[in-house]
Design a protein around this ligand. Structure first.
Ligand code: SF4
Ligand code: SF4
Ligand code: SF4
Length: 294
């Protein structure tokens, strides 16, 4: 069977096909946003790999699957089999690569924001987009940061800020005991919040048996320019916005800014000043005026 033109085209242009030690073979990286895959799709990956004699696949740290040691001439057939179950080729090089996300409100008790909605919107509109540099996007539903979003080119973190509510604090100290940052101390039998230590995880909010602590609505912190690897750098805070819609819109602006101003061959962290990050931040803050930086 001949190879469909769109598959040939993908093989030529996409970073999802990666060279490996054995020059006769390639690693095939899949597109699995947030590592979310149906049971049928998972079985399809296993069957397709087995069909061409591959006995192990690799679950990567960026929530995707790589099929290693694939002979080059077997790749089109492999991709055809996978596409029947809507499993598609991923991205690796100077592109928007597999977007990672924690489970968020789907199942984590610490969650603040719905990571899935953001994940699928960004994946649909941007996965595999050609860029001057590799762009990793990661989304964590709370400041615990399970996806290491601040070590990614673009990070989104859910925040929930506590506020003191009307009512009689009994001084039981449950909230202070819950706060891992020591941001709550008891003063004269009543809670005192040190905002400079608070990371906005919101854990104290639900801990108070008397509902003295309430939470502001969820917010979304966007960070830019993080990197992992041997010299890890945390991304800089760009803005904090108060809706999912704005968070997606800001990320789209960041992607566009990187596309227009970044140079190839240099990671984002090392060229943000040359790209005039501060001016970009001012424009974003002007266009999203109700939002803040932390
Ligand atoms: S980042 Fe927070 S919400 Fe997401 S999995 Fe980790 S602890 Fe749960
Ligand atoms: S939101 Fe988190 S860090 Fe801030 S006071 Fe509450 S528990 Fe502590
Ligand atoms: S848990 Fe509630 S009642 Fe207890 S110290 Fe904290 S705010 Fe006061």
């Amino acid at each position: 069977m001949s190879v469909r033109p769109e598959i040939e085209n993908k093989l030529e242009k996409s970073g999802g096909v990666i060279s490996e030690l054995n020059k006769e073979c390639r690693i095939v990286r899949l597109r699995i946003p947030g590592g979310i895959i149906s049971p049928d799709q998972l079985v399809a990956v296993g069957k397709a790999a087995k069909k061409i004699g591959i006995d192990t696949v690799h679950l990567t740290i960026r929530q995707t699957i790589e099929i290693p040691h694939v002979p080059s001439d077997k790749i089109p057939g492999l991709l055809r089999d996978l596409e029947k179950q809507e499993v598609f080729l991923g991205a690796e090089y100077e592109e928007v690569v597999n977007i990672t996300a924690c489970p968020g409100t789907d199942r984590c008790r610490f969650s603040i924001i719905d990571t899935r909605n953001i994940l699928f919107q960004l994946d649909k509109n941007h996965h595999g987009r050609d860029m001057p540099i590799r762009v990793r996007i990661a989304i964590s539903s709370c400041p615990n940061g399970c996806t290491s979003e601040r070590a990614s080119e673009i990070g989104i973190t859910g925040l929930r800020t506590p506020i003191r509510n009307e009512g009689l604090c009994t001084g039981c100290g449950t909230c202070a005991h819950t706060c891992k940052e020591k941001a709550i101390i008891m003063v004269n039998g009543s809670l005192h919040l040190d905002e400079s230590l608070c990371v906005n995880c919101g854990m104290c909010i639900d801990s108070c048996p008397f509902h003295i602590i309430k939470g502001h609505p969820p917010r979304y912190m966007i960070t830019v320019g993080g990197r992992r690897g041997r010299h890890m750098v945390q991304g800089r805070e760009l803005i904090v916005v108060d809706s999912e819609e704005k968070a997606v819109a800001v990320v789209e602006r960041v992607i566009d800014w990187i596309y227009r101003f970044a140079y190839s061959g240099k990671i984002l962290t090392d060229q943000m000043d040359a790209m005039k990050f501060t001016d970009f931040q001012k424009r974003i803050q002007r266009d999203f005026p109700a939002s803040t930086t932390e």
